[in-house]
Write a protein that binds this ligand. Sequence first.
Ligand code: AMP
Ligand code: MN
Ligand code: MN
Ligand code: MN
Length: 280
Amino acid sequence: MARQIDLHAHSTASDGTLAPAALMRRAHAAGVDVMALTDHDTLSGLDEAALEARRLDMEFVPGVEVSVTWRAATIHVVGLNIDPRCELLIGGLARLQAFRDWRAEEIGRRLAAAGIDGAFEGARARSNGRLISRTHFARFLVDNGRAPDVRAVFRKFLVNGKPGFVAGQWAGLEDAVGWIRAAGGQAVIAHPARYAMTRTRLKQLLGEFVAVGGEGIEVVSGSHSRDDYLTMAHLARTSGLLASAGSDYHGPEHPWVELGRLPPLPDGCKPIWKDWSITN
Ligand code: AMP
Ligand code: MN
Ligand code: MN
Ligand code: MN
């Protein structure tokens, strides 16, 4: 059977619902052979995940998913095989975490102005003292009956034009790629089909990404359709990018994505792991 390689997932260090060790156990039980942890803008789950993966004898890829503002759009850049002790990366992420802290209070103020009290406190309580994401606001709003599920609540409150939206002021593309490279990692454009971009604009993004040292693009993703796999495989080839695969798993409460179910990369893709010394 083909190896299961999953290079994108979240834990309670950001907006996942499983602790890093529990995530590794679930991945192992689901038959994953090579598992990354890529929390949003933080490295704080990596030590725990690495330890548990070693205990399970499963290959572990230390990663991060960096929030980036590119031409007023928010995009995500995954860093794979990063050294979590890299000061440049740590310092860059600290700035994003500070923005998140301010943004969380601002989202709280805006929702209060729209008649929803206690959202900041509710989101903070759901983040367990770690990084606060819009997902934590979404869970608070669902628990308060504002919408039936996380997806609906995003549409109603947390996206551009809605009461709880605050524009991102994330890392620049070149900075994000620079931090990842400084940490010895490979930079990968996450879930490209999720950005509401024209093909022309997406190609511009990929061109700039390659120019600043980006190396990969997620072709197979938990948030891609089968058509998206083929589209992105083609874009990977024509842009000279390596192909990555990741579930973007956030926990069992988000049942539309499960671990251990990723299909193989389409034919003609060069995998991002082609030069890695993975053994099993
Ligand atoms: P943040 O980085 O705090 O702005 O939150 C972004 C996270 O929110 C993403 O990584 C997803 O986990 C989640 N998210 C974004 N849009 C949606 C959506 N439409 N439905 C469900 N979750 C979403
Ligand atoms: Mn997320
Ligand atoms: Mn993402
Ligand atoms: Mn993600």
